[in-house]
Write a protein that binds this ligand. Structure first.
Ligand code: PLP
Length: 277
């Protein structure tokens, strides 16, 4: 299901972007990925808020949220009862001189995502090549903006897969755990859930907010704090947390197998995902 801002629903196979769209040529674009299940979208307001912040970071025109909400309603209604899905909102700079290209696309959740929820993922830790303070006075690094410039993140995942793992946890040059290429890192020490502060230059994840908001009701305390790879090894459980995957247990770090302390089902329900085990 594909919808264009100001243009309504179109056939998803219709060519939409011009070849000289700067989103294509330079990755000069922002996006959101939102989980749709049982006819409702998770944390839509939080996603739209981040879309606005990401657009501001790139100097794109302020997204018209009334128009975006109308488009979202239209594509979700068009999707109907076809089951769990992922909704992508994409806003590119458009061709030189504008206007931006804006569209919403719904697709089924990939089988690999469903498998990761059920089976967990093996990760390797890889350097992101920047320090945890690099973003402090370098706004051009776009810390916290969800841009479509994910080639580096995808390359890191392919590197991990070549090593026999599934995914990556990025580490700063000063040794702090950052985030995964498409997820926030969460770990448990006892019954306290931890995640790094966004000040280390990572995306402000919507799912970790949902998880931490509901943690208390599921018997967890929460803490925002830095850690190292050694800290992850010492933790009772580690998860990768993101909108469509929910909370995925990390089953090995750099080849060292690890358990989840039997906590994953509770963490998945606190993250808004029904337990899958
Ligand atoms: N960090 C990065 C780099 C991401 O790409 C994502 C999601 O795609 C996240 C964290 C998690 O964000 P959210 O929970 O809003 O999906």
């Amino acid at each position: 299901m594909l919808g264009v801002l100001g243009g309504g629903l179109i056939d998803p196979t219709t060519p939409l972007l011009r070849a000289d769209d700067l989103g294509v040529l330079r990755g000069d674009a922002v996006f959101e990925t939102i989980r749709l299940h049982e006819g409702r979208l998770d944390a839509l307001d939080a996603h739209l808020g981040r879309l606005v912040r990401s657009a501001a970071a790139l100097g794109l025109p302020d997204p018209d949220l009334t128009a975006w909400r109308a488009l979202v309603d239209e594509v979700v209604a068009g999707w109907g009862e076809r089951g769990e899905a992922m909704l992508r909102l994409v806003l590119t700079r458009g061709v030189e001189g504008g206007p931006p290209t804006a569209f919403a696309l719904i697709a089924p959740v990939p089988g690999s995502t469903l498998a990761a929820r059920r089976d967990g993922v093996r990760v390797v830790t890889l350097s992101r090549g920047v320090s945890s303070t690099a973003h402090d006075d370098s706004p051009w690094l776009l810390g916290g903006a969800k841009t479509t410039s994910y080639a580096v993140n995808m390359a890191a995942q392919r590197y991990a897969q070549a090593l026999g793992s599934d995914d990556v946890i990025f580490v700063s040059t000063d040794g702090l755990v950052l985030e995964a290429p498409t997820a926030t890192v969460v770990w448990a020490i006892g019954e306290t859930l931890h995640t790094p502060p966004t000040t280390v230059g990572i995306l402000d994840g919507t799912t970790v907010h949902t998880l931490f908001d509901h943690a208390g009701a599921h018997g967890f305390a929460t803490a925002v704090t830095t850690t190292t790879v050694a800290g992850l090894h010492a933790a009772d459980a580690v998860w990768l947390v993101s909108s469509v995957r929910g909370a995925v247990a990390v089953t090995a770090i750099d080849g060292t197998e690890r358990g989840d302390g039997g906590l994953t089902a509770r963490v998945q329900s606190a993250a808004g995902l029904k337990a899958v085990k």
